[in-house]
Design a protein around this ligand. Structure first.
Ligand code: FE
Ligand code: FE
Length: 278
């Protein structure tokens, strides 16, 4: 059975790293004290997310041949990911999605943004397709150009085969100045996958929130500015607006999934057909 243990660990780590109440802003020190599981996760992620790997995964999933599923159905499917080590205390995947969406709703944001919050992690079904966790979660970063030292655990890139490709090791690498993030390959994971699944049904702002919510080096650290185009600059504030709802809505009491379900079924019907291709 697929488990979510390390998925949770990664999410918790990011939440703590960017906790506004955390005493030190020294990320290096903070990262060094990360649990062994988180370090091991990033060791694998940074060693194996090569440009070739990313492009293969994009080709593999672009055909959307995993079958047809409705959005609610996908939530229930994702919810079969369980944390075997601690099934009672951790939020289920559906609870995290609902909590994020409810926090957005309570702040009076538009319905498309509530919808986006509710969807944003459905790409984690990649785990249920058998993808390893290092290819599903974790901060994302561009491949095909030099890694920013703003990426968490940059030292683990030493083991990445792209290190030996000199054309990938310059500031721009295979890209051009201001080429726009839509022309940049980011490390593969749940953001990019879900973007391709839902992009036809959400406004551009929502598409950006989904596609780049794990791109912390960009939206939290200000790295890779030179790859941005006009559209990216216009959309960055929306990605930043979304981030706290993902990170900081967790401590609240778990939402009543059964009670809220009718609201979300209506919302889903407003934006999506009964089934979409995954
Ligand atoms: Fe996520
Ligand atoms: Fe999330």
């Amino acid at each position: 059975m697929a488990t979510q243990g390390n998925l949770e660990q990664w999410d918790d780590f990011v939440g703590e790293r960017y906790d506004p109440n955390r005493k030190t802003e020294d990320f290096r020190k903070f990262d060094e004290s990360a649990p062994a599981g988180v370090r091991q996760f990033y060791r694998e992620n940074h060693a194996q997310q090569t440009r070739r790997f990313v492009q293969e995964k994009k080709r593999q999933y672009a055909v959307r041949a995993k079958g047809e599923m409705g959005i609610w159905e996908a939530c229930e499917y994702l919810n079969t990911l369980v944390d075997e080590s601690d099934p009672d205390t951790d939020l289920s995947q559906i609870q995290h999605l609902m909590q994020t969406a409810e926090a957005i709703r309570q702040d009076g944001h538009p319905r498309w943004m509530v919808m986006t919050g509710f969807l944003h992690d459905l790409g984690k079904v990649l785990c249920l397709y058998g993808e390893p966790q290092w290819a599903v979660v974790g901060d994302t970063f561009p491949v095909g150009c030099a890694w920013s030292d703003k990426i968490v655990f940059p030292e683990f890139f030493e083991a990445n085969p792209d290190r030996q490709v000199s054309s990938y090791q310059t500031r721009l690498g295979v890209y051009s100045e201001g080429c726009g993030l839509s022309n940049v390959d980011l490390s593969w994971g749940h953001d990019e996958y879900l973007y391709h699944v839902v992009k036809d049904y959400l406004p551009l702002e929502g598409q950006y929130m989904i596609r780049y919510h794990s791109f912390y080096p960009w939206h939290r650290e200000g790295a890779y500015e030179y790859l941005m185009d006009e559209q990216d600059r216009a959309m960055l504030p929306w990605v930043c607006k979304f981030n706290p709802y993902d990170l900081y809505s967790k401590s609240a009491a778990p939402p009543d999934v059964a009670k809220l379900r009718p609201y979300y079924e209506d919302l889903i019907a407003e934006f999506f057909p009964a089934k979409i291709a995954w």
